[in-house]
Design a protein around this ligand. Structure first.
Ligand code: NIG
Ligand code: FE
Length: 411
């Protein structure tokens, strides 16, 4: 049992309400990895009087952040594309010339399992320092049966070794591999007949994702893949309406997807369909910024009753940043999400986008004791500015997984 006192502001983010449950001058109690009590310090029950205490030093405490959309496992470098875009070559044109996603595919296929695992592990440490305790990790840079499966085995090893909680997603339908340029249906069959059954039986992923876009996959191909996913007990997610309106929002609603991600170009009908079906919209404002687009209309989605999550989309091309706090700050500044809506987007709504029902993303009794301490007096003060300072401390299952030097929280 441990009691954290002197919390300047605590965000409990209860799962089923709209708010973030802010408590000033709060205390948090956990035992055996789970939250036991959270509330105003003045109301701390006497039964915790003898438990060991730690101090948050008057700082902000939030649930461990959940990054529900990343491409953290990959190899290679795409800085040439960064420069090309600055010089005026659009993202899709880079892709047409064989760069873009396919460049990362070549590098990932050539990399050993050890290199893939070690580089992903380093990136997860960067995330941990920013308070991120749960991470979704997609395949999608292998695009062969063997390379997609081995990517997800790397994801599984990352999950087994911790400290973060990792959720795997099969994104074999990212782009069409060059070997199947003239036989798209043949590759879709491989996904359906050879990848999904193995992924399901070995529990290598919880979701199947499809990039629905011109130059990637059609809604019809996506339906075939999602049908197979459902038959094998895997959830659906899609990269949709990113560069054009391809009916991604409506398709996500039709197939009962847990989330539709990107949605910069989502239609009014798509928004209504998502609201009715309860599909979470995952906003990826770093990718939008990098590609010079107008962001997902998060305000319109929220006002229509759609739950909005926020994630990094961390990848070497369109979103080369592992900073979820940066994505939150962009949601506030560019999409008019309030700090409370942004924080929900990276906690409870992100957990919902991953179908996590164990309380992840909340600091309420029985939820995992996953939380982050930031050096700010309040949520508003934390998100009013963006800087590269790490979290003071990141705790997963009640254990300190990261603590910044010189910022000791007492004992
Ligand atoms: O989410 N939209 C498709 N896929 C990724 C891009 C990955 C890449 O550029 O390597 C995305 O933005
Ligand atoms: Fe993505």
């Amino acid at each position: 049992m441990t009691v954290l006192t002197d919390i300047g502001q605590l965000a409990t983010c209860p799962p089923d309400t709209g708010g973030v449950g802010l408590v000033d001058r709060a205390a948090l109690v956990w035992d055996a990895g789970r939250v036991v009590w959270a509330g105003p310090e003045t109301e701390l029950p006497d039964r915790f009087a003898d438990a060991p205490r730690q101090s948050a030093g008057g700082r902000l405490v939030v649930p461990g952040l959940v990054d529900c959309h990343t491409h953290v496992v990959h190899a290679g470098d795409r800085s040439d594309e960064f420069v090309a875009r600055i010089e005026g070559t659009p993202y899709l044109e880079v892709a047409r010339r064989g760069g873009g996603i396919l460049k990362t595919v070549r590098a990932t296929r050539a990399a050993s399992d050890e290199v893939l695992e070690a580089s992903a592990r380093q990136r997860l440490v960067v995330m941990l320092r920013q308070g991120v305790t749960t991470v979704e990790a997609k395949s999608g840079y292998g695009l062969t049966v063997a390379d997609e499966i081995r990517t997800l085995r790397v994801v599984q090893r990352l999950a087994d070794s911790g400290p973060q909680r990792i959720v795997g997603t099969l994104l074999a339908a990212h782009v069409v591999p060059p070997e199947f340029a003239d036989d798209r249906a043949g590759y879709v069959r491989q996904i359906v007949d050879e990848m999904i059954p193995v992924v399901a039986s070995e529990k290598l992923a919880a979701f199947v994702d499809v990039f629905v876009e011109e130059g990637a996959y059609t809604p019809g191909e996506a339906r075939t893949i999602f049908e197979a996913a459902r038959a094998h007990g895997l959830g659906a997610k899609l990269h949709g309406d990113q560069l054009s309106d391809t009916g991604g929002g409506a398709l996500a609603a039709e197939v009962g997807a847990a989330s539709a991600d990107h949605l910069e170009c989502v239609s009014a009908d798509g928004i209504v369909a998502m609201a009715e079906a309860g599909v979470v919209a995952v906003s990826l404002p770093i990718a939008t910024l990098v590609l010079g687009q107008e962001p997902m209309p998060a305000r319109r989605l929220l006002d229509a009753g759609v739950r909005v999550a926020v994630a990094t989309d961390f990848n070497p091309g369109s979103a080369p940043s592992a900073s979820l706090p940066l994505a939150l700050w962009l949601s506030c500044t560019r999409q008019r999400m309030t700090p409370a809506e942004a924080l929900r987007g990276a906690t409870t709504e992100a957990a919902r986008a991953l179908a996590l029902t164990d309380g992840t993303g909340s600091l309420v009794p029985d939820a995992p004791a996953d939380f982050a301490v930031f050096d700010a007096p309040s949520l508003d003060a934390w998100l009013a500015g963006w800087d590269t300072r790490p979290a003071v401390r990141t705790v997963i299952g009640g254990e300190t997984a990261w603590e910044s030097e010189g910022m000791g929280t007492g004992g």
